[in-house]
Design a protein around this ligand. Structure first.
Ligand code: ADP
Length: 658
């Protein structure tokens, strides 16, 4: 992964906080680690930057500094001779063991080796890498050096070993795209005995899963057993069950859920009702019954198994489940860091250990078809050369959606008044719809292309405390609520677009911040840097936000009454958890951004791609956001990661079997 600027790093950290909310001090503060210069590198080094440090201008000594990592501050000390950085010792930090190890090992070594701050960050541990670079820069300044100039010093080696460059190859399975779906497909195919090559066009793996909070929806009796059922939640079940039949498959699914619901009521349980089938029915309902029932059922019936598979492959999940924004039910699972980066790191590690060959900076351009079968792809490798990868068993398309392709958004959009340049996207820059274009060129059918999800919680102020709706209040610039916070994302986004300046705030209190694992260090960092508004009282918060204090006080007090009443409110909100009463209070601001494209390649439950003639295209599989037909008009929050990982796993296993 390439070096990012400081602002970008801060923003990316906050994106993670938003996606699922907040760095968490998981008590994994690592032992102190030391990186010393080899004898030879302590000598003056040649630089390519005029006036760079390394010219006898350091004040020799040891200096300490800290900078914001993924979970909070990373402390370190740096020792300087007159001419060089000679030693970097990592001190206290709360970064997650396993994920951050590579950064602590490689970044200090690369800085010392190159006497440069222009070294690469480590893929999968970007924020930790950036924190090391920022803190060392601070020490350089303290030692009288020129940190700016050190950024421009040529790097000898870099934080990551130079990746191999892809050449013409023959393999069992070729996976195109290195996000959640691609890595899951690659791992699954390799675990099923296939030789696998994965190509990723960017310099880093992870796609949108890396950027998001990693929320993973599944019914999970063990983790849900302490969650109470409420009248409001019961009414939500009854409402969906009362929907008229839209197809035979829907009627069958509804009948199954009805039976489960009747049995649940007869049991007298007061704990949350949930089943894999209820998850399917609710997802179908949330997508206005435009999703394919078979695909939705395939998704939800595989979620719990896939969660376990991920656990066996090193992904840790907290014991708590919650309701990520737009999730509609208390079944969103979180990693200890509330970060999809945890999932990507585990998948990458296992895939690599299992023999998957991963090539970065390698862009698939078109599919190769032989005798009516997808038999490989033409790829531009990291050196810019065109090479061919032949895949004997199958090609798995996992290139994600097209949120970052304005032209495609405008071409297909049927849902929003304006989906062009006026809206940002919070997606990976790789989400340009390549797989849809490549698939279409070999006869794949497209489905649901007009439905594009806007993420209401796209931070404007730069920070976020909680992406969970359980205890949050949304208010506009007038200090008033305007929507049921537990609603579908399309409803939230449409409501937000109707507010003054298309802007709204998410108000929460200290209790909620702690519940979501946001460390005191991260909170003060956000407050100090103006990434969230704050105040010890609601009136002070209102002043910081620039909204009328009396209006906000009234809104919060009414909200607290509604939490206590635990009944649907005037907007139809049914999910209530905690009141907002324990100061200090926080409120980041938000405006919707293009987030998920629901349409894409048509697949069946085996993740095989279907052609415009209705037949399976031999050798061609697809998984994740590049596919369509699962989420209908509106994807449920927390269903995207399971979609990518469940269908990736299915695609990998099926391709390997061919
Ligand atoms: P999903 O959630 O379905 O895995 P993501 O958007 O997270 O989707 O990941 C898709 C990945 O595919 C991104 O990392 C993106 O850069 C990569 N990608 C997109 N187009 C190509 C392409 N033509 N060749 C190789 N990789 C690609």
């Amino acid at each position: 992964m390439k070096r990012r600027g400081r602002a970008a790093a801060i923003l990316m950290t906050m994106t993670l906080i938003l996606g699922g909310c907040g760095g968490k001090d998981d008590g994994t503060t690592a032992a102190v680690e030391t990186t010393k210069a080899a004898e030879t590198t302590a000598a003056p080094v040649e630089t390519t930057a005029e006036g760079a440090a390394g010219q006898g201008i350091y004040k020799p000594g040891t200096y300490t500094a800290s900078a914001q990592g993924n979970n909070g501050p990373v402390e370190l000390s740096v020792t300087f001779s007159e001419e060089a950085i000679t030693e970097i010792v990592i001190g206290e930090h709360g970064e997650t063991a396993g994920i951050s190890d590579a950064a602590f090992e490689k970044v200090p070594a690369a800085i010392i080796e190159s006497q440069s701050l222009g070294v690469d960050t480590v893929s999968g541990a970007t924020y930790t890498s950036q924190a090391i670079l920022d803190a060392v820069a601070d020490c350089v300044t303290q030692a009288g050096g020129d940190a700016e100039a050190l950024l421009a010093v040529a790097v000898q080696g870099g934080a990551e070993a130079e990746g191999a460059v892809l050449e013409d190859a023959e393999v069992d399975v070729l996976v195109i795209g290195g996000g959640g779906a691609g890595l899951s497909a690659a791992l699954s195919a390799s675990q099923n005995g296939a030789s696998v090559i994965l190509v990723e066009k960017l310099s880093a793996l992870g796609g949108n899963t890396f950027r998001c909070g990693g929320a993973f929806n599944t019914c999970d009796p063990e983790r849900q057993k302490e969650i109470p059922m409420t009248e409001a939640l019961s009414s939500a079940v009854e409402k969906v069950l009362a929907h008229e039949d839209v197809s035979e498959e829907h009627a069958k699914l509804k009948a199954e859920v009805q039976e489960q619901w009747d049995a649940y009521k007869a049991s007298g349980s007061t704990m949350l009702f949930d089943t894999l089938e209820w998850h399917a029915l609710q997802s179908l309902d949330a997508g206005d019954y435009e999703g394919d029932v078979e695909l939705v059922r395939t998704l939800t019936s595989n979620t719990l198994d896939t969660l376990d598979w991920l656990s066996h492959n090193g992904v840790a999940w907290t014991d708590q489940v919650s309701t990520v924004v737009g999730a509609l039910w208390n079944r969103s699972h979180q990693t200890p860091n509330n970060s999809g980066a945890d999932i990507i790191a585990a998948l990458e590690k296992n895939a690599t250990e299992n023999g998957v060959k991963i090539y970065l900076d390698s862009k698939a351009e078109e599919l190769v078809v032989e005798d009516g079968r997808v038999a490989g792809a033409l790829v531009t490798n990291a050196d810019g050369e065109k090479v061919t990868v032949k895949a004997a068993k199958g090609v798995i398309m996992a290139t994600g959606g097209f949120s970052a392709n304005v032209e495609m958004r405008v071409k297909y959009n049927e849902q929003w008044e304006d989906i062009g340049e006026s809206l940002q996207t919070n997606n990976s820059p790789g989400a340009t719809g390549d797989g849809i274009v490549m698939g279409e060129a070999v006869g794949a059918d497209l489905v649901g292309m007009g439905w594009i999800q806007l993420m209401p919680l796209n931070s404007v102020s730069g920070g976020g405390i909680s992406g969970y709706v359980n205890s949050s209040l949304y208010c506009n610039k007038e200090g008033e609520r305007f929507v049921a916070e537990d609603q579908r994302r399309d409803v939230l986004a449409a409501a937000a677009l109707g507010q003054t300046d298309k802007l709204f705030y998410v108000v929460c209190d200290q209790k909620e911040a702690e519940l979501r694992g946001v460390t005191p260090e991260t909170l003060s960092y956000m407050v100090d840097n103006g990434l969230v508004y704050s105040g010890d009282t609601i009136a002070e918060l209102a002043e910081d936000m620039g909204v009328p204090a009396d209006a906000l006080e009234k809104t919060v007090s009414e909200f607290n009454e509604l939490v206590k009443a635990d009944k649907p409110d005037e907007f139809g909100r049914t999910t209530w958890e905690n009141t907002i009463e324990t100061g200090p209070f926080y409120a980041p601001s938000f405006s919707p951004a293009v987030h998920h494209t629901m349409g894409g390649l048509k697949i069946n439950g085996n993740a095989e791609v279907i052609g415009t003639d209705g037949e399976v295209i031999p050798g061609f599989y697809a998984a994740g956001e590049v596919t369509g037909g699962i989420h209908g008009t509106n994807r449920v929050g927390g269903n995207a990661v399971p979609d990518a990982l469940c269908f990736g796993k299915i695609a990998g296993a099926n391709a390997a079997k061919e």
